[in-house]
Design a protein around this ligand. Sequence first.
Ligand code: ADP
Ligand code: MG
Length: 263
Amino acid sequence: MAIKTKIISICSEKGGVGKTTTTINLAGGLAKRGKEVLILDLDQQQNASHALGYVKDGRPTTAELIYNTVAGIPIDYAEAIRTCGNGVDYIPSSPMLTNITGTIANDTENDSNFVLRRLLFNEVFAEYDYILLDCRTILDLLISNALNASDYVIIPVDLGIYAYNGLDKMLDKVASINNTTNRSLRVLGVLLNKLQLTNVKTSLAESIRSEYSELTFKASIPYCPAQTELAVLNQTSSVFDERSSLGTAFMNLTDEVISIVEE
Ligand SMILES: Nc1ncnc2c1ncn2[C@@H]1O[C@H](COP(=O)(O)OP(=O)(O)O)[C@@H](O)[C@H]1O
Ligand SMILES: [Mg+2]
């Protein structure tokens, strides 16, 4: 049964926690489960774009789509959407995204909080079951736009000493969005990433789980650097190895996401 398109931001103000890794592997998992999936790269560093096989091609990126939406210039969405081998579609980013907040803030005719929401309102996006927004590592106007356009947010947490800090800031941001511009935004889950069986990491994971029990995904992602790199490389041709520990973890996450979203 087709579901209404669900838009999910993968977001944290902390860098290196696994936002991009989660975005591309969750997208791969959802595609494996037969879902139509689109990724929007909202980070000028283009990590997701490159992982998905993007090479500069002169076609529109997320930056041009945002510029044109603000300027009211018609957009050829078909030109902007690329397809990669594993059935995941994506719109890459570009360095132009770096200073995009000035442009968004200039959106005088409409509300600058909802530029991305208006953009995603186009009917081409209704073809997708899931749209994943790979957010950059700063909670600025672009990322507020992402959260205002989203039904859900996934918050990856890496188990370092500042884990709580990033998580609390993110939860405050969601609360403030809930109170102002998007009442229906929900935390889909806090994702414990880079799990290692050391005493410190295990006890940190347990304390996050007990403090945020309602919010934390049952699925967690083990620390496996070699497999993480391999999974990224494989995105262009096939999906990750479902039998690897990383692949198993992301399929568990995928199934948990589907069960919550499509309940
Ligand atoms: N579960 C994991 N095991 C090992 N390395 C990981 C894992 N998740 C992410 N990484 C690595 O950590 C780094 C940051 O991950 P990334 O997804 O780019 O974070 P972000 O998008 O939040 O900045 C990358 O080098 C990535 O390969
Ligand atoms: Mg990233």
